[in-house]
Design a binder for this molecule. Sequence first.
Ligand SMILES: *Cc1c(COP(=O)(O)O)cnc(C)c1O
Length: 356
Amino acid sequence: MTRPIQVTIHTAALQHNYRLLKAHAPQSRAYAVIKANAYGHGLVRTAQALADADGFALLEIEQAQVLRELGFALPILLLEGVFEPSELMICAEQDFRIAVHSELQLQWLEEARLKHPVKICLKLNTGMNRLGFVAERAAELVLRLSRNPNVLSITLMAHFATADEPDKGIDWQLARFQAATANLHLPFTLANSAALIDYPQARGEWVRPGIMLYGSSPFAERSACDLGLRAAMSLTSRIIGVQEISAGDAVGYGASFHAEKPMRIGIVACGYADGYPRHAPTGTPVLVNGQRSQLIGRISMDMLALDLTEIPTAQIGSHVELWGNQLSIDEVAAAAGTISYELMCAIAQRVPVATD
Ligand SMILES: *Cc1c(COP(=O)(O)O)cnc(C)c1O
């Protein structure tokens, strides 16, 4: 038998979540954001599951090329644009859309001699202060781009910093975007998952959902289940050892956990080298044979410990769900002091992946 840890990607859940977001934004087209190996779900596997999407968005041109080679003809947007001028030729040949966020990228686009003009997303900085031109330069830049024979069309693009935080919202950025672009009458793409769910005025021609596709909630205060989302990834394993301990006994590295009473401890084949967060503390939820239990002590590289005291039927071979259909990844992430995005992306190479 092989080591029992496994990731399962739920194709039907990806498709369900895509349909759900389209129902939220019926007037918009959607770039399914599949950067970072589709948030750990696998680039090609996810693209195949979402082959009916309006478009894909990702970062590396090599990955966009892989999708074209596999026959995906739909729009593909490079969210950070090109990293060197030679990539512009490939964009023109393969019909990739590109973000243009810096003066340098703008110059490359002016100096290039492309066989076909490209569609660009002019990225404006409305307060995130990460990538993009100062929003107030929009009119001047659009004029400059409209004179560039390498540019086929312009969509305005910006990104929200606090769409997932109801008390901060998007108005502070949206007002700036609207003021800077009011007279341009161009299509726009602004919304990540949180914005597309909560702010109809931000949807525009294209939305850019990522996390919701994977069945996790973009909001700290609202569960994926309440939003109608379904988990696209399950991380499961099995119990490979059982220890009966007495009051006062310790568990794991650092002997950081001490039992207050006699306990039954299960050892699971899953550790931080599989991508499970090492900072998940004692008390983090885990499911054993469908019943809730909790982590005990520190996470090791290849194993973790959980409490079987109340689950007497559990034994070596019992099924463990670290997150997935029955235990939300959001709950595990919150317990570990992080967000689901990080957990999904951290799944290690050594973990076998199945699809259902
Ligand atoms: C990652 C990303 C998104 C998707 O954000 P989610 O919060 O996962 O929906 C959208 N737009 C840009 C520019 C991104 O980098």
